[in-house]
Design a protein around this ligand. Structure first.
Ligand code: PLP
Length: 339
């Protein structure tokens, strides 16, 4: 049985959160002399600490109640808060796969949590036998599953297998879910009390500069996130930016369509380039390619002012390429053919 109280750090369970001036009165018109703000200017007031309007909109879009939504300063805040809520520094452990998103590593290190990494199999899927060995470790509190996975690009199957067997928290990082044909795990929160789904405005929603990330989970888990976050963790400007893109889904769909069309074009073109040995199938807006010599090709591309991501240290001779605008993708193919 999953018992949330057994997984949360004791000091966090007992924590009495900071009560901000705006907690006591939430109306819009009034004479606000409560928060030591400057009465002059346009960005002079603190933002809504609960991001109510944004959560209401997300709630409609994702078909989940506002109590089940956390909005953070990028998904990187979600990752960091998860470590801080569930893992006692120097004692508890987390688990993820390899290769995957590098921030799990960095955040684990910062929070002094040992991160176990299980290599993905040849198809870049979860090695179930490898995971099984760790599932009963009492010190293991968190499992990070990135799907579609970065940098391999594929959806991970068998997430439910892990969810059903692990008595700690499973975080499914869906930064790229909007590019894939697969359904989000948000719909599985109701039946899985140990599931957190994280998403972001940085990729398909085109707001990387704004730093807005979201987490979806049970209201109990979300209230822990809200308790631990900085009171005004998402600025007014960034809440507005997120609302603006959510209110223009037509543009969102149009851009996504172009990106996916370009992905197909790139895949076809890349397969014709002699120094490209393999193009891995992708459910995201990037592709992992195996080349004859990643270090050399990466550097030669930089010299032509085309910047890709050298993933040679993670997957031998592989480069990760983001799908750009049509003109940018054309430049990439010409640059590769010039080498
Ligand atoms: C890009 C990316 C994110 C996004 O992080 P933000 O802090 O929201 O910009 C999260 N997870 C993965 C796997 C990513 O590749």
């Amino acid at each position: 049985m999953f018992e949330l109280e057994n997984i949360v750090r004791k000091n966090i369970l007992c924590l009495k959160p900071y009560s901000s001036a705006r907690d006591e009165f939430s109306g819009k018109d009034g004479v606000f002399l409560d928060a030591n703000e400057n009465p002059f200017g346009i960005f002079n007031r603190y933002p809504d600490p609960y991001q109510k309007e944004l959560k209401k909109k997300l709630s409609e879009l994702k078909s989940i109640a506002p109590e089940n939504i956390f909005v953070g300063n990028g998904s990187d805040e979600v990752i960091d808060l998860a470590f801080r809520i569930f893992c006692n520094p120097g004692k508890d452990k987390a688990l993820t796969f390899s290769p995957t998103y590098g921030m799990y590593d960095v955040s684990a290190e910062i929070n002094e949590v040992e991160l176990i990494k299980i290599p993905l199999n040849e198809s870049f899927q979860i090695d179930l036998k490898g995971v099984k060995k760790y599932l009963n470790d009492k010190k293991l509190k968190l499992i990070f599953i990135c799907s579609p996975n970065n940098p391999t690009g594929n959806i991970l199957i068998n997430i439910e297998w892990v969810l059903q067997r692990f008595k700690g928290i499973v975080i499914v990082d869906e930064a790229y879910i909007d590019f894939s044909n697969t359904e989000s795990f948000i719909s599985k929160i109701e039946t899985n009390p140990n599931l957190i789904v994280s998403q972001t405005f940085s990729k398909a929603w085109g707001l990387a500069a704004a730093r807005v990330g979201t987490a979806y989970s049970t209201s109990k888990i979300i209230s822990l996130f809200s308790k631990v976050k900085a009171p005004y963790n998402v600025s007014e400007l960034n809440q507005k930016a997120a609302l603006q893109v959510l209110n223009n889904t037509k543009e969102f769909e149009k851009r996504k369509f172009i990106i996916l069309e370009q992905k197909d074009w790139l895949e076809k073109e890349l397969n014709l380039v002699p120094i490209v040995k393999k193009v891995y199938p992708s459910d995201a807006n990037f592709m992992l390619i195996e080349t004859t010599n990643a270090n050399k090709i990466y550097t030669a591309l930089v010299a032509q002012k085309v910047i890709t991501r050298n993933r040679n240290s993670l997957v031998k001779n592989c480069i990760r390429i983001t799908v750009g605008r049509p003109d940018e993708n054309q430049k990439l193919i010409s640059a590769l053919n010039n080498l």
